[in-house]
Write a protein that binds this ligand. Structure first.
Ligand code: SF4
Length: 233
C-alpha cells in the first residue's frame, strides 16, 4: 500500500498520544483554512514531499517494541480515501493507533473509528454556524463536526477535545460556551491550547494569548466540569 500522501513524520513523540510513546505521521490535505494554522504546507494533497508512506512503514518495522503507538495527524487525515488501509497496515505491525481530526468527514470517520484506540478531536469555535465557518476559514462544516463528535461519543473510543485559543477569533466567554456544550454532550476530557502567533501575525501579543488562562472563574468551571482539564502552552 503506497497511495497515501504524507507531508511529514515525527519519529518520536511523547505529546501526540497521552501516556504513550508514539511516532506521528502528518497526512497531506486539509479542506479548512484555520487562521491559526501552523501546517499550511500540509493543506494541499499531492504537493512535492520527500516523505513516502512505504518508507515510514519500513521505519516502523524497526521500532516494534520501542514505540507504543502511531498517530495519524495532519492536515486532516479523514480527507484521503486510503486512510483505513494505511491504519490497518500499521495495526498489523502491532502498534496502537491515535487519530487527530477536526471531524470534517463523518463518512470516513465512521470507517476508521473501529480501527483507532484514541482520538484528539479539535473544537475550533462555539457551535454556531457563522462562528465555526469563520474559525475554519470559510467552509460550512459545523454539521459535519457535530455528526462526527456524536459518533465519537457513542463509539466508546477514548478521546479528548481541545481548542486552540486564538484571540483574533475567540473571546474568553466563547471558551465557556464551548465548555458548556461539550459538558452537556458528555465529553470528559477537554484541553485548551495556547495560540502561538503564525509568522504573518505581527500584532497579537503574548498578553492577548494568555487572557484565556487568566480568568479564574473560567478555569475553575472547566476544572470542575471535566474529569480531565488542562492548559497546554
Ligand atoms: S484543520 Fe488543522 S491543518 Fe487544517 S487548516 Fe486547520 S489547523 Fe491547519
Amino acid at each position: 500500500m503506497n497511495t497515501i500522501n504524507v507531508g511529514g513524520v515525527e519519529q518520536f513523540s511523547l505529546v501526540d498520544f497521552p501516556g504513550k510513546v508514539a511516532a506521528s505521521v502528518f497526512m497531506q490535505g486539509c479542506p479548512w483554512r484555520c487562521p491559526f494554522c501552523h501546517n499550511a504546507d500540509l493543506q494541499t494533497v499531492g504537493k512535492d514531499t520527500h516523505f513516502i508512506w512505504g518508507k515510514f512503514v519500513e521505519f516502523l518495522k524497526t521500532r516494534k517494541g520501542l514505540l507504543d503507538a502511531v498517530v495519524f495527524s495532519g492536515g486532516e487525515p479523514l480527507l484521503q480515501d486510503t486512510l483505513p488501509a494505511a491504519i490497518k497496515e500499521v495495526k498489523e505491525l502491532g502498534f496502537i493507533i491515535g487519530l487527530h481530526t477536526g471531524g470534517y468527514r463523518p463518512s470516513m470517520f465512521k470507517q476508521v473509528l473501529p480501527l483507532v484506540d484514541w482520538v484528539g478531536f479539535d473544537i475550533k469555535a462555539p457551535f454556531e454556524v457563522e462562528r465555526y465557518r469563520q474559525a475554519i476559514g470559510g467552509a460550512d462544516h459545523l454539521a459535519h463536526v457535530l455528526e462526527s463528535l456524536d459518533m465519537l461519543l457513542a463509539s466508546g473510543v477514548d478521546f479528548e477535545c481541545r481548542t486552540t485559543c486564538d484571540p483574533r477569533i475567540l473571546e474568553v466567554k466563547d471558551i465557556l460556551t464551548i465548555g458548556e456544550s461539550l459538558h452537556k454532550k458528555g465529553v470528559k476530557n477537554y484541553y485548551l491550547q495556547k495560540y502561538r502567533p503564525i509568522p504573518s501575525d505581527t500584532t497579537t501579543t503574548d498578553a492577548d494569548c494568555e487572557k484565556f488562562f487568566d480568568s479564574p472563574d473560567l478555569i475553575k468551571w472547566l476544572r470542575e466540569n471535566f474529569a480531565n482539564f488542562d492548559i497546554r502552552k
